[in-house]
Design a protein around this ligand. Structure first.
Ligand code: NAD
Ligand code: IPM
Ligand code: MN
Length: 370
């Protein structure tokens, strides 16, 4: 049967809890669709720091396993236990960002889908979203202020100053815009480019470049919003958006907002993609929930596993080419929600809801896969 290699990096906090359930779902679709994944389970983040006596959050063996894989299934990293370590070895800066950079994963797709049966969990006025909504946020992931140099801290005139640099090469803007335009072509053909061109030089180049790349995609209707206005319009009229494209930090912030208006951060998966694999329409990628390790609920068995499960579906779709299995997972999740299964983050207390924990939600999804 078809065999693939994946690296499984559960990480910290709720990461291992939601990963366990996700691997059960993966087992089920493998059996159903006749393929199999060889899984290399590796340490990352705080878990790796603990295992190595605070030497590194990203052991060489982990990077090697990822290099030898067809794609990475990632949980989340970080937490209070590690946030006072030297910045370079903290889970986020020492593992997650280096992994994205190492594999050139410049395109982060974050689908913000509010299912019609979940509009009640959205803080947006329900009369504005009778059918729910479906927005795709395309976030640039390996540039901008996250990675720009100079970056640092020094003394000037007797006091500490700290600085980061927001920098974009034109080629970096072009390639992420092409990903976003291509995504828009496969959907509603509307693209909103989000920037701060009234203040930032990097945004002026971003907007100019968006207008140029638009000529390659005449069927797509391109518009621009300043990021502050975009944050506001997303709450006001989420249903009017199709695809959003923006730089790294703006995308980080807007995608959490998008997650919340679609019901919960626990629902939002993501795919971080690089270039296409040679001679193929598939990508090497890393797949992770848009949210984090949720230390406030970790260890209680109550985290919503859906973001992680849908991330696995994205892995199947973009890196393994198993799109039937990916569709089946998406459909099973939607049916499970329609049937009223709710983890705490999406529950309202209504009598029709079936209140479940992490494992119970996965059980319900598995039942719907059959
Ligand atoms: P967070 O995303 O972990 O949590 C924010 C809120 O959302 C919390 O109330 C949490 O309980 C809730 N939440 C998140 N996922 C949920 C789920 N699956 N089910 C139910 N509720 C869920 O953000 P934070 O608290 O700011 O960060 C915690 C740690 O996670 C930090 O160390 C941060 O750096 C890290 N982090 C890691 C990643 C990643 O690994 N990709 C992403 C974001 C944050
Ligand atoms: C995310 C996270 C990361 C980011 C952090 C943990 C470095 O918030 O994936 O959204 O800012 O990209
Ligand atoms: Mn984030």
């Amino acid at each position: 049967s078809r065999t693939y290699r994946i690296a499984v990096l559960a990480g910290d906090g709720i990461g291992p809890e939601v990963m366990t359930e996700t691997l059960r779902v993966l087992d089920a679709v493998e059996a159903k669709f006749g393929f199999n994944t060889e899984r290399s389970v590796q340490l990352v983040g705080g878990a790796a720091l603990d295992a190595t006596g605070n030497e590194t959050p990203l052991p060489a063996a982990t990077v090697e396993a990822c290099e030898q894989s067809d794609g990475i299934l990632f949980g989340s990293v970080g937490g209070p236990k590690w946030e006072n370590l030297p910045p370079d070895i903290q889970p986020e800066r020492g593992a997650l960002l280096p992994l994205r950079k190492h594999f050139g994963l410049f395109a982060n797709l974050r689908p913000g889908v509010c299912l019609p049966s979940l509009t009640h969990a959205s803080p947006v006025k329900n009369e504005l979203i009778p059918e729910g909504f479906d927005v795709l946020c395309v976030r640039e992931l390996t540039g901008g202020v996250y990675f720009g140099t100079p970056k640092g801290r020094e003394n000037r005139d007797g006091e500490p100053v700290a600085f980061d640099t927001m920098v974009y090469k034109k080629s970096e803007i072009q390639r992420i815009l092409r990903v976003a335009f291509t995504a828009a072509m496969g959907r509603g053909k509307k693209l909103v480019s989000v920037d701060k061109a009234n203040v930032l030089a990097s945004s002026v180049l971003w907007r100019e470049t968006a207008l140029e790349v638009a000529k390659e995609f005449p069927e797509v209707e391109l518009s621009h919003l300043y990021v502050d206005n975009a944050a506001m319009q997303l709450v006001r009229r989420p249903g009017s958006f199709d695809v959003l494209v923006t730089e790294n930090l703006f995308g980080d912030i807007l995608s959490d907002e998008m997650a919340m208006i679609s019901g919960s951060l626990g629902m939002l998966p993501s795919a971080s993609l690089g270039a296409k694999k040679e001679g193929s329409d598939l990508y090497f990628g890393m797949y992770e929930p848009s949210g984090g390790s949720a230390p406030d609920i970790a260890g209680q068995g109550i985290a919503n596993p859906i973001a992680q499960i849908l991330s696995a579906a994205m892995l199947l779709r973009y890196s393994l080419g198993e799109s039937d299995a990916a569709d089946a997972i998406d459909a099973a999740v939607a049916k499970t929600i329609d049937d009223g299964y709710r983890t705490g983050d999406i529950a309202t207390g209504a009598a029709t809801e079936k209140k479940v924990g992490t494992q119970g939600m996965a059980d319900a999804i598995l039942a719907h896969l059959k």
